[in-house]
Each structure stands twice: as structure tokens, then as C-alpha cells.
Design a protein around this ligand. Structure first.
Ligand SMILES: C[S@@+](CC[C@H](N)C(=O)[O-])C[C@H]1O[C@@H](n2cnc3c(N)ncnc32)[C@H](O)[C@@H]1O
Length: 288
């Protein structure tokens, strides 16, 4: 097994190469299914050529890496992540599918010494929001792109636009003031602020920076029971319910479960979400 290179994001490494990554791995199919509409949009909006060399930042259990590897069938994909368990699952899944143009590496994308100018495209599906030094991280990722290479990422927009999250927080607050992570801090809203993201990417040397609003639903489960089985086991839900006394906690969980009925549709339990599709390019080399 390859030794992991230096990590700068030690807090995130502890979280993701620990309980969060383990929980995610155990429910990988469910997490992949939540993104089915957002992921389909990403695939439609982001072209991948058959010969492309693709870097997948924060690849997790590798769904986006496998999707890219199928499309870049004469090219290659490198998926990097902090979580050893998620990567082990990513390798297992790509072997099962017989994909041979795809490699996974445990590394901190902020500081890993990627081969310079090696990639035509860097993608990230909700995996680039956690850097403690985003300027350094994106400069590092940009160095790994060839001149003219592209960046395409999904990230969450602000908390208040994400119905699936506001519903969880509202019900589990149970009278408390629950703090939400501010936009810009490492976490789900690390790339939520449109102007800050545009500035960040321009400063990292990118051009043609565009942020497109994606308002696709997220799929929580096939029906209320199925959705509740998933939600009630989620680290976020368990964490928010902590600290409540037994009866209040049960009442808060019941009220979250009750709220799910309003989102049940023939296609499953669908809740509103708000993401950015962020695209940019490393400038091509000048011909002068
Ligand atoms: C929300 S999960 C998304 C995983 C995957 N892209 C998906 O859509 O299922 C975020 C992922 O980013 C990874 N990650 C966070 N910070 C990272 C860093 N500095 N370098 C590499 N991976 C990182 C985490 O380990 C985690 O797997």
C-alpha cells in the first residue's frame, strides 16, 4: 500500500479517515442515490473526452471517478481522498466493474505533489469544500492541470437555500439555537459564497470562472420508512439530536420523521437542494 503524502487538513483527515468516512462507506449506495439528479446534471453539463486524464478531488467511494473512467475510456482517472475506508470501497467497486483506467490515492489534495500539468480536467463532487487553506489547495490543483485544462465542481449553496438541511435543523433544534457553519469555513458551505469562490479561483490562476445554480431535488429514500432508516442513521442527524433530554429528543426525531411525508412522491422522498456547478479553465499557453 502506498504511504500517504503529507496532510495539511489534519482536522478533516481525522473526521473523514474516521467515523464520517466509515459511516459514508457503510451507506455508500444510499449516498450515491441521494445525488442521482444532481449527478445526472453534472454529467450532462461537464464534457469528458475519451482520451482525457481526469483528477477527482475528494472522490470518496468513487462514483464520480467511475463515471469519469467510463467516459474517458482511452484516458485515465486519478481519484484522491482522505479516507482509507472510502478508498478501499472505491477500489473494490471499480474492480467489480472491471475498470482498468482508474487509480485511487489517499492524499490531501491541498498539498499532494501531483504531477504538474498532467490532467485535462479536475472534477469534484462535493469534495472540495473542506480545505483549511483554499487558496493553497486550488493553486495546487491548478498546477496539476495542463494549460487549457478545466475544473468542474459541485458544492452546496448557502444553508438557507437547502430545504433538506433546513428541515433537519428546524425539527432537531427543539427550541435551541443551532449554529450553522458560516459560508467560507471548511465544511459543507466552504464554497457557498459566489463572489468569494469566483475571487478564490481567479487568484488561483483560473479564467472563465462560472457558477451555475443547480436546484435539483435530493433523493432521501423510496418511501418515508426507507428515508427515515437512512436519515436517522446519518451522523448529522444523530449529532444534532445529541444533548437533548430523552423525551425532547424522541419528540424532535418524531417530528422530523413526520415532515418526510410531505416530500413523498411516486419517485421517492425528494427534498429541495441548492448546489453550485462551478467551472473554470487554466489559461492556455499564449502563442506570443
Ligand atoms: C461529502 S464527501 C463526498 C464524497 C464523494 N465525492 C461523493 O460524492 O460521494 C467529501 C469527501 O471529500 C474528501 N476530502 C475532504 N477534504 C479533502 C482533502 N483535503 N483532500 C482529499 N479529499 C478530501 C473527504 O474525505 C470525503 O470523502
Amino acid at each position: 500500500m502506498t504511504q500517504m503524502t503529507a496532510i495539511a487538513n489534519t482536522e478533516m483527515a481525522a473526521v473523514w479517515d474516521g467515523e464520517e468516512g466509515d459511516g459514508w462507506t457503510e451507506n455508500a449506495d444510499r449516498y450515491d442515490a441521494t445525488d442521482r439528479y444532481i449527478g445526472a446534471r453534472f454529467e450532462r453539463e461537464v464534457p469528458i473526452e475519451p482520451t482525457d486524464s481526469v483528477l477527482d478531488v475528494g472522490c470518496g467511494t468513487g462514483k464520480s471517478s467511475r463515471d469519469a473512467a467510463r467516459r474517458a475510456h482511452h484516458g485515465s482517472v486519478l481519484g484522491v481522498d482522505l479516507s482509507s475506508r472510502m478508498l478501499a470501497d472505491a477500489r473494490r467497486r471499480s474492480e467489480l466493474e472491471g475498470l482498468t483506467n482508474l487509480q485511487f490515492l489517499q492524499a490531501d489534495a491541498q498539498v499532494h505533489p501531483f504531477e504538474p500539468a498532467a490532467h485535462d480536467l479536475a472534477v469534484s463532487v462535493f469534495g472540495a469544500m473542506f480545505f483549511n487553506d483554499p487558496a493553497a489547495a486550488f493553486a495546487n490543483i491548478v498546477r496539476s492541470l495542463r494549460p487549457g485544462g478545466r475544473l468542474a465542481m459541485l458544492s452546496w449553496r448557502e444553508f438557507e437555500h437547502n430545504e433538506w438541511l433546513t428541515t433537519i435543523f428546524e425539527t432537531l433544534a427543539a427550541g435551541r439555537e443551532l449554529p450553522t457553519p458560516p459560508p467560507g469555513s471548511p465544511g459543507p458551505f466552504g464554497l457557498a459564497d459566489q463572489d468569494a469562490v469566483a475571487n478564490l479561483l481567479v487568484r488561483a490562476g483560473l479564467t472563465d470562472v462560472e457558477l451555475l445554480r443547480l436546484d435539483e431535488p435530493i433523493w432521501i429514500g423510496s418511501d418515508v420508512d426507507d428515508a427515515w432508516a437512512f436519515l436517522s442513521a446519518m451522523g448529522l442527524v444523530r449529532g444534532l439530536a445529541e444533548g437533548l433530554d430523552k423525551d425532547t429528543k424522541q419528540g424532535a426525531l418524531d417530528s422530523l420523521r413526520d415532515r418526510l411525508a410531505a416530500y413523498e412522491t411516486p419517485d421517492g422522498v425528494l427534498m429541495g437542494s441548492a448546489a453550485w456547478l462551478i467551472t473554470a479553465q487554466r489559461p492556455p499557453v499564449s502563442r506570443n
